[in-house]
Design a protein around this ligand. Structure first.
Ligand code: AMP
Length: 490
């Protein structure tokens, strides 16, 4: 029997989760540029599983390979890597933050500009991309993709600046939103972070080659050393002269995305000077200090809840157990063979480890509740494995607002915490008690005295509704985070 067509969504089980954002890698001056880039992207696969692409330059021409699918499937073939010639390359893994899954949206995007060939890959989301695009179309610009990233190319195309670096800076001064970018020109690899530094980007070095990556885990995989974070608003140019830094934007207080620490980044990465694993365990400790109840066992919802649960259990002095086991081989989509199977609500991803649960008062630790789907399923499972009590502890404050800066969250009315009080959520999820870390507790775990209401140190809009960058497209129209024609890049 042949598999149903991809478009036949009826037969596709999609995990009921919001989706990841994007991952970036770029390297200059390496005899193995494409292979290093593929390995870097492999380490960043958790940031996007929809598509991957690499563009390289060998001093004469650009080469590109972009496909839907996972990095290993696309770049595992040495023949594909061999086609990507040259000592400079950039790459991208993508899970679109909005919009369609189409091949022409796969990054890096490429264009021939007046100043030469230019490829760019973007992590984040522009909040005035739609308005800029309308204007560019009116001025005669052609667009081939529906990603907001192409607006940056459009702005560069019409810029009067002479050099590619100046054109890029000129374009970025007109965009609003969150972005980390890696770009490839006919002689350099460029990395930029938006002025608030919402999305991550780090600089590394291997021998004589400099590289850029979303997270340090992508440096580790190729044995590169971590040099430093690219600063908010900084543009770094890697070329034959080594490394040059530019600061084309006025300095602003940094507002790194706190959700990277809570959920997105890999726990073995060091982000903005902080080990993600350590941050998560400290958040778990703080959560225990704020809301512990008597219990027999602390169980994480794997994998993302594990470090916080370790911290919670240590602080509460309650045994930590792997009471839920995750199947790591579940793809993003799974074709359910029959209606009967579909209605079973199969435990595709998680199963309980009964012996560790039966007869026990359980504290379940997860990093976030978005729609609530995961929690409802997990709690049902833990109860049917014989738990006498189930208390849920969440290592983030309630997610009450959508992200417009590159993390894929559903529209506000689909967020459980935007629609229900904690008491209502407790009933809906079916737990004996439910508690989230407080916003001040979260900041304390990050090493601060609490959230400075006048000058918050992170972007925490998903928990507070305080958006640090204007939402021009949303406020000027009816743009929903997931429903615009113009896709986010991830
Ligand atoms: P939900 O089932 O919608 O409540 O989603 C909550 C679960 O999704 C938690 O277990 C999180 O680990 C995970 N999660 C939270 N935010 C995201 C995101 N933006 N993308 C993917 N997964 C997420």
């Amino acid at each position: 029997m042949s598999a149903p067509a991809h478009s036949d969504k009826k037969y596709l089980f999609r995990l009921h989760k919001p989706r990841e954002e994007c991952g970036l890698f770029g390297i200059a001056g390496s005899s193995d540029a494409a292979a290093h880039t593929a390995l870097g992207l492999h380490a960043l696969q958790h940031r996007g599983q929809e598509s991957a692409g690499i563009v390289s330059f060998d001093g004469k021409r650009f080469y590109n390979e972009r496909e839907l699918g996972l990095v290993g499937d696309i770049f595992g073939d040495p023949a594909v890597i061999a086609r990507l010639k040259g000592s400079c390359s950039i790459g991208h893994v993508r899970y679109s933050t909005t919009g369609e899954t189409i091949k022409r949206n796969i990054q890096p995007l490429f264009a021939e500009l007046g100043c030469g060939g230019f490829a760019v890959a973007h992590n984040g989301n522009l909040t005035n991309g739609r308005a800029l695009r309308r204007d560019l179309v009116r001025r005669g610009c052609l667009f081939q993709s529906t990603t907001d990233t192409e607006v940056i190319i459009g702005l560069m195309a019409v810029s009067g600046q002479p050099s590619v670096v100046d054109r890029l800076a000129d374009a970025l001064r007109q965009v609003e939103g969150a972005y980390s970018l890696v770009a490839l020109t006919e002689g350099s690899v460029i990395g930029v972070r938006d002025p608030l530094g919402v999305r991550p980007l780090v600089l590394g070095k291997l021998g004589g080659a400099y590289m850029l990556a979303s997270e340090t885990c992508a440096l580790d995989i190729i044995g590169a050393e971590f040099v430093r974070d690219v600063s908010p608003g900084e543009m770094v140019v890697l070329d034959a002269n080594g490394l040059t830094c530019h600061n084309p934007f006025p300095v602003q207080p940094r507002r790194f995305c706190i959700f990277e620490h809570i959920y997105f980044a890999r726990p073995d990465s060091v982000v903005e000077g902080t080990s993600v694993y350590d941050a998560r365990t400290r958040i778990g400790r703080e959560l225990a200090r704020e809301s512990h109840v008597p219990a027999d066992v602390v169980i994480p919802v794997p994998d993302s809840g594990v470090p916080a649960a370790i911290g919670y259990a240590a602080e509460a002095k309650v045994p930590f157990e792997l009471g839920i086991i995750r199947n790591h081989y579940v793809g993003r989509t799974f074709i359910e063979p029959t209606d009967h199977i579909r209605h079973l609500g199969v435990k595709l991803k998680h199963n309980t480890n009964r012996a560790r649960i039966a007869g026990k008062r359980v504290i379940l630790v997860d990093d976030s509740i978005v729609r609530g789907t995961t929690s409802i399923k997990i709690v049902e499972m833990v109860r049917s494995a014989g738990a006498t009590q189930v208390h849920m502890r969440i290592s983030s404050p309630p997610t009450t607002h959508s992200c417009f800066y590159g993390i894929d969250t559903p529209e506000r009315d689909k967020l459980m915490a935007a629609r229900q009080t904690i008491d209502e959520m407790t009933k809906t999820i079916g737990v004996d008690s439910l508690a989230f870390i407080s916003i001040d507790g979260l900041y304390r775990a990050m090493g601060m005295r609490g959230r400075d209401a006048n000058r918050p140190q992170f972007c925490d809009a998903c928990f507070t509704g305080e958006y640090p960058i204007p939402l021009t497209d949303r406020d000027g129209g009816s743009l929903q985070p997931q429903l615009s024609l113009l896709s986010g890049s991830g």
